[in-house]
Design a protein around this ligand. Structure first.
Ligand code: C2O
Ligand code: CU
Ligand code: CU
Length: 562
């Protein structure tokens, strides 16, 4: 029995009411398929596509005194991912000029870039060179989660043209943790990440090392992404559906094949011992509800900004695009030959939310729309990774996870300058555009309500609004919100629309807000307060939705620290 639903994503493969087609028809002109340079701004009422001028680049500063010096090139290459023809990808290739050889590890036969490992306190130089074959493809590297000066953070304005170089030089001051890097040119981030430009950036420090967590081959990065391949094993991106990919951009692009570390059908061979898994959701738009297939609880030891104070157990963990989680698992009770799966469980309410009766009278222009089949809709269950127990470990005595780690350096809400009146960021959807406080990306602009003071602590409150009266997205959808330059605390979540409780109840136990975060998932109708402090660096930094299609489409703004 199909309900009174607004089916947006599914419109792609279905016939739809003529009014929807009319709206869509108005909006397609600025939208281009994968190979075109898409500068976002696709919707009705959107500004003209913003021209991005390439940044001239930056040469090394010899006085910097790099401990680690790396060349990082964005190139096109081919990898054998599926049987048959190799897949053309874009990928970062790293090379160590100075520093430990373990600083850069390329993943074998992978569609994605290297794992970079550094220590807190190290001075890191990365000579980024844009060698993409698409000569219109500006690119820039953003160090997601790190606290860096504005000219090192990978702001869209620093995107360089093909065949030029930008040298990043920064000191790593962040706690030990699992960070990552990816392109950030406005309007083209989603495509570049989708084609393979992404890597993990792992920071360690003495404090963490003293805890003696599993290291080396027992400390495993797991980057989760979803992709669509054509019959010829090539990546398909926007434009598969009707309307030239417009609907996919509005909702976020979902693949039907799950890649782990840039490989489809991934397996992980393990020994009967303890492991630390560093999981990054590097997908453009897919949200995971992670769990072990046999129902054992997940032991979560870290989030975006490093380890928690102590391990927490969850039956499932929500991981939205951009977020990281560290999972501890001990296979010592398992037998060689056994296997276990990391899966994503079904959940509801992230999109296609049924309109509660109480709101139906406030809506206009909706009819019953037909459901279509999408290969792997958001919220459906699927397998992520098969773990095969392959060998006995003879580390006699086993491993005991510490019951507590180091104290998370928390902020004090009493220090916030606006605890009583948080700075408000309302997300809504109007005329096919996602917006923060009624505004989309405006290049370098930071509005009056986006000015903050250096060395202050603030509370920011994000509101994921309903869009009553909007034909395409009346109940809103889930957004992973990311703020550059800071690690913050999620201090409060409230569901402002009780009618959405049933969907919320399928995800809420999977939020881990105990530690430091740079990205958090917001469900439709949810209000989330975060506590953050602006320190060290003045300048402009972006905040945005990490659903990369939303970001490219304009759900991104600057905040200015001064
Ligand atoms: Cu991982 Cu501004 O992004
Ligand atoms: Cu970031
Ligand atoms: Cu979003």
């Amino acid at each position: 029995m199909k309900k009174f639903f607004i089916t947006r994503r599914r419109l792609l493969r279905t016939s739809v009411s003529s009014s929807v087609l009319f709206l869509a028809g108005c909006a397609t002109t600025a939208t281009q398929p994968m190979m075109g340079m898409n500068h976002g701004n696709m919707g009705v009422g959107a500004a003209k596509p913003m021209e991005m001028k390439p940044h001239p680049g930056r040469v090394p500063n010899e006085a910097f005194g790099a401990d680690v010096d790396i060349v990082l090139r964005a190139i096109q290459t081919e990898v054998a991912l599926l049987s048959g023809r190799a897949t053309q990808v874009w990928r970062y290739e790293g090379q160590v000029l100075k520093g430990d050889n373990g600083t850069v590890t390329m993943l074998p036969n992978s569609s994605i870039g290297p794992i970079i490992r550094v220590r807190r306190g190290q001075k890191v130089r990365v000579r980024f060179s844009n060698q993409l074959p698409d000569k219109t493809a500006l690119s820039v590297v953003h160090w997601h989660g790190l606290h860096l000066p504005e000219d090192m953070d990978g702001h869209p304005r620093i995107a360089i043209a093909p065949d030029s170089t930008y040298t990043y030089e920064f000191e790593v001051t962040d706690r030990a943790g699992t960070y990552w890097f990816h392109p950030h040119p406005h309007g083209d981030t989603a495509r570049q990440v989708y084609r393979g430009l992404a890597g993990m950036f792992i920071v360690s420090d003495d404090e963490e090392q003293a805890l003696k967590l599993p290291v080396g081959e027992f400390d495993v990065p797991l980057v989760l992404q979803d992709r669509v391949f054509d019959a010829d094993n090539q990546l398909l991106y926007l434009g598969m559906g009707m309307m030239g990919g417009m609907m996919e951009q509005m909702m976020g692009f979902l693949g039907d094949k799950i890649l782990v570390n840039g490989r489809p059908n991934a397996g992980l061979d393990v020994a009967t011992r303890a492991y630390r898994l560093r999981v990054l959701n590097g997908s453009n738009a897919r949200i995971y509800k992670l769990a072990w297939s046999d129902g054992s609880p997940l032991m979560i030891i870290g989030t975006d900004g490093g380890l928690l104070d102590k391990p927490v157990q969850r039956h499932y963990l929500m991981l939205s695009p951009g977020e990281r989680a560290e999972i501890f698992v001990d296979f010592n009770k398992r037998k060689v030959g056994d296997s276990l799966k990391l899966v994503s469980l079904a959940f509801e309410g992230a999109e296609n939310v049924p309109v509660p009766a109480a709101y139906q009278s406030q809506m206009r222009g909706m009819g019953q729309m037909m459901m279509g089949g999408e290969a792997l809709p958001l919220g459906h269950a699927f397998d992520v990774l098969t773990v095969n127990i392959r060998r006995d470990d003879n580390q006699g005595g086993g491993y005991t996870l510490p019951i507590a780690f180091n104290q998370v350096p928390r902020l004090n809400i009493g220090d916030a300058v606006n605890a009583a009146r948080p700075r408000l960021f309302e997300i809504d959807h109007q005329m096919m555009n996602w917006r923060f406080n009624g505004k989309q990306w405006e290049g370098d602009v930071a509005a009056a309500n986006e000015q903050v003071k250096l060395n202050t602590t603030e509370v920011w409150e994000f509101v994921n609004k309903l869009n009553l009266g909007e034909m395409m997205d009346p109940m809103g959808m889930a957004h992973p919100i990311h703020i550059h330059g800071v690690q913050f605390q999620v201090i409060e979540r409230t569901l402002a629309v009780p009618e959405l409780q049933p969907g919320y109840d399928t995800v809420r136990a999977g939020f881990v807000d105990d530690g430091l975060k740079d990205t958090f998932l917001m469900m439709p109708g949810e209000r989330v307060k975060v506590l953050l402090r602006f320190k060290d660096f003045a300048g402009k930094f972006v905040y945005h939705c990490h659903n990369l299609e939303h970001e490219d489409q304009g759900l991104m703004r600057n905040y200015q620290v001064q």
